[in-house]
Design a protein around this ligand. Structure first.
Ligand SMILES: C[S@@+](CC[C@H](N)C(=O)[O-])C[C@H]1O[C@@H](n2cnc3c(N)ncnc32)[C@H](O)[C@@H]1O
Length: 210
């Protein structure tokens, strides 16, 4: 596990040039759609939205979407897409919980894709996501299953080598969520950091605020 923060700003402009990333985001979008929870009037928060690969996949099916990220570079790429596509229902918001910023607003659905493993303290984050959900609102978390620290070529800012589903479900319960469940959303076959080919799986975990 590495503790230094990762500079996502440096990676932002070339982020979408990696087909495997785009495919993973698309698999996660399909997994979220498959939950049958998207509604045209929904207000959605995408925590750790990056360049909006998942946000913009969901945008046509919801009322509005706020993409939150702690990288101005990532947000700038998403903002350029919003402007280019003329999207009136998507906005970006800078927020770094590690620096004491707080999430604002009220949302019917909070999603987060491949961001949790970059956040050191998962419990406080889950509490913050719970706080901005409306009663009855849903949470969708996509992230890596436990792995041996081989997924990332650049281990900077990777605080968790994936997650044990059972323990994460317990953490969701401790944060006040109910009806937590998880299913496999994607499988990625690629060389690990040591060069050996591995299959990494990504779960979609869903839960509800009572
Ligand atoms: C692996 S990228 C995933 C981007 C996007 N969700 C996707 O699936 O394509 C992780 C994102 O989380 C953001 N991030 C990392 N730590 C964060 C934090 N503490 N608060 C907000 N965003 C964070 C990074 O800036 C980056 O854009």
């Amino acid at each position: 596990m590495h503790t230094e923060k990762r500079d996502f700003n440096q990676e932002a402009t070339a982020w979408d040039e990696h087909p495997a990333r785009v495919r993973l985001a698309s698999d996660i979008v399909e997994a979220i759609k498959g939950q049958g929870i998207l509604r045209p009037e929904m207000e959605v928060l995408d925590f750790g939205c990056g360049t909006g690969l998942v946000s913009l996949g969901l945008q046509p099916l919801v009322g509005s979407l706020t993409g939150v990220d702690s990288s101005q570079g990532m947000l700038a790429v998403l903002k350029a897409k919003i402007d280019r596509l003329g999207l009136a229902n998507v906005r970006t918001q800078y927020c770094d919980l590690d620096q004491g910023d707080r999430l604002a607003g009220r949302y019917d659905l909070v999603i987060s894709s491949m961001t949790l493993h970059h956040v050191k303290e998962v419990g406080p984050l889950l509490a913050s996501l719970h706080a901005v959900l409306t009663p009855g609102g849903s949470l969708c978390l996509a992230d890596l299953d436990s792995e041996e620290g081989q997924f990332h070529d650049n281990p900077a800012g990777v605080f968790h080598s994936g997650f044990d589903r059972r323990l994460l479900l317990q953490a969701l319960g401790a944060a006040g969520f109910v009806e937590g469940r998880a299913a496999t959303a994607a499988a990625i076959e690629k060389p690990g950091r040591d060069g050996a080919i591995r299959c990494f799986t990504v779960f979609l975990m869903t839960a509800r605020k009572p």
